[in-house]
Write a protein of this length. Structure first.
Length: 91
């Protein structure tokens, strides 16, 4: 997990086919988990720089539903991967 200065979301857009790769900290030899991105967020960071960051849904807990967070702030974040679009053939 990286140390991130305060961020402000400027814009959000769809992220079809994209996922975050999350290393399994408890099992370092296992393949990374593939977590589908909910969206891409254009964020402005504390230094005034802008960049695209994936948004993922964190798991729900007993006290409420899951919330969204920045993929690169998740423990074990290893990068992004385009998984391609899943399509059905025309009938």
């Amino acid at each position: 997990m990286r140390d991130v200065a305060e961020r402000r979301i400027v814009s959000i857009t769809a992220a079809p086919g994209w996922a975050a790769l999350i290393d399994q900290v408890e099992d370092p030899v296992a393949e990374p988990k593939v977590v589908t991105l909910a969206a891409w967020a254009l964020v402005e960071e504390g230094e005034g720089q802008t960049r695209m960051v994936g948004l993922v849904q964190k798991p729900a807990h007993d006290d409420g539903p899951g919330i969204f967070g920045f993929a690169d702030e998740q423990e074990g974040f290893a990068g992004y991967s385009n998984q391609g679009l899943k399509t059905k053939p025309a009938d």
